[in-house]
Design a protein around this ligand. Structure first.
Ligand SMILES: NC(=O)c1ccc[n+]([C@@H]2O[C@H](COP(=O)([O-])OP(=O)(O)OC[C@H]3O[C@@H](n4cnc5c(N)ncnc54)[C@H](O)[C@@H]3O)[C@@H](O)[C@H]2O)c1
Ligand SMILES: [Zn+2]
Length: 359
């Protein structure tokens, strides 16, 4: 399946890598060198499949980084740019990002800034990167524990989504990726939410349908508002709280994945939607019960509340010091630029904690 975006396409399915050969043939003569950017896990688990399917990549230069969010930094970008310089990469080089959201976000940025921009392809290998991070052109690295502070918008030249890569993904990262999937349903599509209630990720058809639907939802929103002036903000549902939790964990060397933080964010922001945005109590409990069924939700420590509020104030989505959210109106419909007070946010976090204890 092909999903068309601004001047590029996302190809989804088991055969996409075979098609990649002919895509590269079309590019032949137009590029000087290919770099494959990965981390140690995508190098070990995904590179053999990629090279096996795409012999034209034999002879490409491999650039491998250590995995994990704490490596999504400008200093790692600098090291990669130096390596590229030593390899005499010119403006006709192509950069292939093979990995999760960290590799795609950072690799896209590396390619976009090297000699003012070279072509880059995303080959996402985690569920989270396939359904969300590889689509939409947001590229960034973290600044200290501040998420995605240094970055830019620039679209990839191609995105290839091959579900085969997910065969080696650890369970924890499957679950983490589901946070973005549920977000897509909650903000944009009630039928998709119902479809997801019968989750069967072992089933190939179900998984392919999920990848297609999530990518279509994200892409449709991005096409309407690439620069996030309006409706694209709905994709931040769960992320005001989620990014605060993630930053707090990054700063304190905690162990919390992006999707795990977003899952907690979805729950708290669903509660806030009920408290302040006329989201019905019935739908609120349906959403919370579903989230509790899928994620191993941890309570939010009360002693962290004030730090979390500070992280939220510094969120780049805010103007001034007020804290903005995307909130649900009903399942499948969201509203953006909704300001909540500190008292309301703290009350929602307390309610969230209390709902976890009656498991
Ligand atoms: N640009 C965007 O629009 C956007 C959207 C959502 C999230 N993000 C970003 O994405 C990042 C999170 O992405 P992620 O969850 O993919 O994290 P990640 O890139 O750290 O990948 C998760 C883990 O899976 C490993 N891995 C990757 N592919 C594998 C495979 N096929 N088999 C086995 N292991 C594999 C990685 O090495 C890593 O350890 C965050 O930095 C987040 O901010 C960006
Ligand atoms: Zn996210």
């Amino acid at each position: 399946m092909e999903v068309k975006s601004n001047n590029y396409s996302v190809y989804i399915g088991k055969d996409v890598l075979e098609d990649f050969n002919s895509i590269l043939e079309d590019y032949q003569g137009q590029y000087s060198q290919i770099f494959i950017f990965c981390d140690e896990n995508s190098s070990k688990h995904c590179l053999p499949h990629l090279i096996g399917q795409v012999p034209m990549l034999i002879g490409s230069e491999l650039i491998e980084i250590e995995s994990g969010e704490h490596n999504k930094t400008l200093s790692i970008c600098q090291e990669v740019w130096e390596t590229m310089g030593e390899s005499k990469a010119d403006r006709k080089a192509i950069f292939v990002n093979l990995g999760g959201g960290v590799v795609c976000d950072m690799g896209g940025m590396i390619a976009s800034l090297y000699k003012r921009g070279i072509k880059f392809f995303h080959i996402p290998t985690t569920l989270l990167a396939q359904v969300d991070a590889s689509v939409g052109g947001k590229l960034a690295v973290d600044l200290g524990a501040h998420k995605n502070q240094i970055g830019l918008f620039r679209n990839p030249d191609i995105v290839l989504v091959d579900p085969e890569f997910l065969n080696t993904l650890p369970e924890r990262h499957w679950v983490s990726g589901l946070a973005e999937v549920l977000k897509h349903a909650l903000i944009a599509d009630a039928d998709y939410w119902s479809f997801l209630s019968d989750m069967d990720l072992q089933n190939e058809e179900f998984l392919t349908a999920l990848l297609q639907k999530s990518i279509q939802i994200k892409n449709a929103i991005v096409l309407k508002d690439w620069e996030e002036k309006g409706i694209r903000k709905t994709l931040n549902f769960g992320h005001t709280i989620g990014h605060a939790l993630e930053s707090n964990a990054l700063e304190n060397k905690g162990d919390l994945l992006h999707g795990e933080a977003v899952a907690i964010g979805l729950a708290v922001e669903t509660i806030l939607s009920e408290m302040t945005n006329k989201f019905s109590a019935d739908e609120c409990s349906i959403v919370i019960e579903s989230l509790k069924g899928i994620f191993n939700l941890e309570p939010i420590k009360v002693e962290d509340f004030s730090d979390l509020i500070e992280w939220m104030r510094h969120d780049k989505k805010n103007d001034g010091s007020q804290i903005n959210f995307t909130l649900l109106k009903k399942i499948g419909e969201a509203e953006f630029d909704k300001t909540c007070s500190v008292d309301e946010i703290e009350e929602a976090m307390i309610t969230y904690n209390s709902l976890l204890s009656d498991r």
